[in-house]
Design a protein around this ligand. Sequence first.
Ligand SMILES: Nc1ncnc2c1ncn2[C@@H]1O[C@H](COP(=O)(O)OP(=O)(O)O)[C@@H](O)[C@H]1O
Ligand SMILES: [Mg+2]
Length: 338
Amino acid sequence: MTIASVVDRWPDSARIFARYTLGCASCAISKSETIAQAAAGHGAGRVKLDDLIGELNVFADTGKLPEGAPPAPSLAAKGVPRGMAEQKGVKHVIAVMSGKGGVGKSLVAGLLAVGLKRRGFSVGVLDGDITGPSIPRMFGVREKPMSADGKTLVPPKSRGGIPIMSMNLILPSEEEAVIWRGPMVSGAIRQFFSDVQWGELDYLIVDLPPGTSDAPLTVMQALPVDGVVLVTTPQALATMVVTKAVKLVKQLGGDIIGVVENMAYVTLPDGGRLEVFGPSQGLKLVIASNAPLMAKLPIDPAIARDADNGDIENYTSPETEELVENFMTVAPMKGPPD
Ligand SMILES: Nc1ncnc2c1ncn2[C@@H]1O[C@H](COP(=O)(O)OP(=O)(O)O)[C@@H](O)[C@H]1O
Ligand SMILES: [Mg+2]
């Protein structure tokens, strides 16, 4: 196995590698190297491969680290910025997260914003997912943010009056965004929070980068997130991504306020339901996250169409109404809408 794959699966094993002077578990060289290659190439050949493998096996089997293993690397060492960004006008920051891409995370972020706006709350959307321009596209926003004073940015607004901030509105091409590294992304997102004129907002909905690695983690660390909404699809539960995502939020001391099962089924012309991605995992999802199921959203061609056409603000369905109603019962709230 490569060092990267071991550390990915058992994060604390990095501490064992560090004992053997292979501590650079996150650097590019050792990432692609197998344990044997790294042992031969680093530490001037002094690394005792058998001992290392032995300790790793003990750790994998029992979860016990050898005595004398160095402490876990601090978040600061991982490039996580210290201190939270501030934004006085924003009452609540809600992060929307998913273990993997393509499950409808951006869509749920958009639907929540639209639903809350319809109910009279002031809402903004911070697109922290730079893997694609889903948020600007779904709201039909193309203008670049403006800066009058050279210090703060005025975010463009959707037709319905929702301010939107996204890296995808600034970078010249989509390709450019994907080569950004985690710390750069989180630095930019901090600024999108603190240096943007959001005005008075009841809720700022943050579309987090997908996955359970450094990208969503650094964003979560940089912003004062009040609650996390976890989005998944029925088949994702089987792949452990949900468990990983839940662990990540807990590690950060975050609070999952609800889970959304997206693409749960499709309604057939005869009214029947076809569970395209297998049976609903709603109950298991609730158990895994220890949070309420806020909605089971069907696959609906109208959602895809409206999202693609920048018309998400015109979309409504009983299921998305339920999503927003349930959100309001669990979401942190300070007073009535302004
Ligand atoms: N319930 C749904 N019905 C129909 N299309 C959906 C649904 N959920 C998501 N989609 C579509 O699937 C694609 C991926 O959704 P997106 O929200 O961008 O996923 P993520 O942000 O998790 O990567 C988008 O084109 C979106 O419009
Ligand atoms: Mg997305």
